[in-house]
Design a protein around this ligand. Structure first.
Ligand SMILES: Nc1ncnc2c1ncn2[C@@H]1O[C@H](COP(=O)(O)OP(=O)(O)OP(=O)(O)O)[C@@H](O)[C@H]1O
Length: 253
């Protein structure tokens, strides 16, 4: 049967005395949704940065679809099929939502320039189709800086999806999103990613989101994976509750 889509072994990276990655081994299987949880500074974003070419580990290896990817530039990694979204959405503020999505499509074609989306109607049509999948079509002509945080997060992820990844890494897709719209934002992005058969790794602080949407949870602590397994197992582990989530097991009914 098919092996892991992403396979990290022995990843190490220290910033001065801080071990942001201290021997990370992780396999992500095709089609799975894997949540990464853990306290601030545990090294969650560092893992995403190493996997997407933004940081180079001092040791270890990463294979994607059976091929080593360490040392490749971020753009080359995107071309291999790995997308990402950021904790703070990376949208072009003064452009419309549609233009932002069209820019991503233009970038995929290797023909990026600030004016390209205005020049190629086909990119705009494809961008509109992506926005429709995310329920963002009504906001297509809105400027990116006029969106609320939920729509901004979805638009950022739509740009990553427009690049047609097989794997997406999302850094806190719900952070900053109002509580009332959080679940609908996650439902939308999970539906789109599942429909497109995109495998997902996402950093998440909301345990309800993790419990509902993750197939497996990896618990990061001080640059290491402290626990890994299905949500119902990991989120009921007394050590995880106490040390990582910061609640006493007795209080978790
Ligand atoms: N480029 C960098 N230069 C120096 N130190 C860094 C750098 N990137 C991360 N660190 C440090 O490495 C550690 C891990 O950071 P990282 O951002 O990966 O944690 P995190 O688990 O994503 O935290 P958070 O939940 O706060 O986003 C932290 O102590 C951080 O200050």
């Amino acid at each position: 049967m098919s092996g892991p889509l992403l396979s990290a072994r022995g990843l190490r990276l220290a910033f001065g005395g801080v071990k942001a990655a201290d021997g990370i081994d992780l396999d992500v299987m095709p089609g799975e949704f894997l949540a990464i949880i853990g306290p601030n500074g545990a090294g969650k974003t560092t893992f995403i940065n190493m996997t997407t070419g933004y940081l180079k580990p001092q040791g270890g290896s990463i294979a994607y679809d059976g091929e080593p990817i360490l040392g490749l530039a971020p753009r080359a990694i995107v071309r291999r099929g790995i997308g990402r979204s950021f904790q703070l959405p990376q949208l072009f503020a003064e452009h419309t939502v549609l233009e932002n999505a069209a820019l991503a499509i233009a970038a995929r074609s290797g023909l990026w320039s600030p004016l390209t989306p205005l020049l190629r109607p086909a990119w705009r049509a494809e961008a509109m189709a992506v926005l429709e999948r995310f329920g963002l079509a009504p906001l297509a002509e809105a400027r990116a800086d006029a969106l609320n945080e939920g729509a901004r997060k979805l638009a950022d992820i739509a740009m990553a999806v427009a690049l047609q990844p097989r794997l997406i890494l999302m850094d806190e897709p719900t952070s900053g999103v109002a509580a009332a719209e959080k679940m609908s934002v996650v439902e939308t992005l999970v539906r789109v990613l599942r429909e497109a058969k995109v495998t997902a790794v996402f950093v998440e602080h909301d345990m309800e989101v993790v419990e509902r949407f993750a197939d497996r949870v990896a618990v990061w602590n001080q640059g290491r994976i402290a626990a890994l397994g299905p949500p119902q197992q990991v989120l009921n582990d007394p050590a995880v509750l106490r040390d990582v989530i910061g609640i006493e097991p007795a209080h978790h009914a």
